[in-house]
Design a protein around this ligand. Structure first.
Ligand code: OGA
Ligand code: MN
Length: 348
């Protein structure tokens, strides 16, 4: 039997071949788990995968989170339908996002299975928020580590969004729930619960602002970050084939569904896996002392308090923006070495 093969993809993620996800050996499972922590996106090819297989595979990673906004599969309510009919013009997930960042305990990951594909197009793009964070200057990293951001489902799934433009009727539901949901806050830079690495945790679809900053200042900062996060060196692409199954890490990756197959139908099945509350990359008691020094640099006007670091930190928006020195010529990334996960807690 050909041994399981894990092939890093260009930009982000890895393709996994020579494994049948319905009958995984312990050895293969260990490799898949480590690769998931390492790459944040695994693309499995040539699977023969029923709905039940889909649910079993997802449950290996944790409990299933039933999505409130997508139409459910008629026989398997834990499977969300991600559909674009031939007559629809809008698709679901067309902007960069991380599933469920609007939840207090955001989803660990999602498993997406191709059920009906257009003749061409309909790829999914992924961007690594590990790589995007790693490529920032250290002063920018430190400034971001002190911040928290707000996230909301309302803009994407609320009544105003659903009524807007051509209809999501029949594809999205429960807009009133999205309207009623409180915004949540998460650290801008998290300590990833599985890998232990630092990752950026803001996204254009669901992040609505920076805690303690004026709305326009927060959005200006976020937009600058978003531009950086989309650089090609952080982005990988999944071209779907019959039998493709994708597993991604919502705490380490953004993704986006391309809408480039007008007049054709595309049907995907998604199962989302429960996650946990996210911890900041730098604990308040371990925060870098330079942050405290910055706090002394109080200038008149436009001061913001970076909440929840435990340090009375005051940053000046202009100063933060200057600190976002974009490293646009990031060096070619070597494939990550295999990590030793012996000391990490089990998947949550
Ligand atoms: C999703 C999603 C991408 C796609 O299911 O969460 O964003 O390509 N899908 O359908
Ligand atoms: Mn999505």
């Amino acid at each position: 039997m050909t041994p399981l093969e894990i092939r890093p993809m260009e930009g982000a993620g890895a393709e996994v071949r020579y494994v049948d996800l319905t009958t995984i050996t312990v050895g293969d499972w260990n490799q898949i788990e480590a690769a998931f922590a390492n790459y944040g996106l695994l693309i499995f090819r040539d699977q023969i995968f029923t709905e039940t297989d889909h649910l079993h595979f997802a449950r290996r990673w944790g409990n299933i989170n039933v999505n409130r906004f997508f139409t459910a599969h008629s026989r398997f309510p834990e499977i969300a339908l991600v559909v674009k009919e031939a007559t629809d013009t809008q698709n679901i997930g067309s902007g960069w996002h991380a599933d469920h960042s609007y939840d207090r305990e955001p989803a660990l990951g999602s498993v997406l299975v191709a059920r009906e594909l257009p003749s061409s197009g309909g790829d999914t793009m992924f961007a690594s928020m590990y790589a995007a964070f790693d490529a920032l200057s250290s002063s920018t990293q430190r400034a971001l580590e002190a911040l928290h951001a707000t996230h909301s489902a309302q803009r994407s799934f609320g009544t105003a969004a659903i009524a807007d433009g051509d209809s999501y009727a029949g594809r999205l539901a429960n807009a009133d729930i999205a309207d009623a949901m409180d915004d949540v806050t998460h650290p801008v830079v998290i300590r990833h619960p599985i890998s232990g690495r630092k990752a950026l945790y803001v996204n254009p679809e669901f992040t609505t602002g920076i805690v303690g900053m004026e709305e326009n200042e927060g959005l200006a900062l976020l937009n600058q970050l978003y531009e950086h996060c989309q650089l090609p060196e952080f982005v990988g692409q999944c071209t779907w084939e019959p039998g493709t199954v994708a597993l991604w890490d919502n705490r380490a990756m953004w993704h986006l569904a391309r809408n480039d197959y007008p007049g054709e139908r595309r049907v995907m099945h998604r199962v989302t896996i429960e996650g946990c509350a996210l911890e900041p990359a730098v604990r308040p008691d371990k925060a870098d002392p330079t942050l405290a020094q910055r706090a002394g640099r109080t200038l008149a006007g436009g001061l913001i308090t970076a909440a929840m670091t435990g340090i009375a930190e005051v940053l000046e928006p202009e100063r933060i923006r200057q600190d976002i020195e974009i490293v646009s010529e990031a060096p070619e990334r070597e494939p990550l070495p295999d990590l030793d996960f012996g000391n990490l807690p089990p998947l949550d």
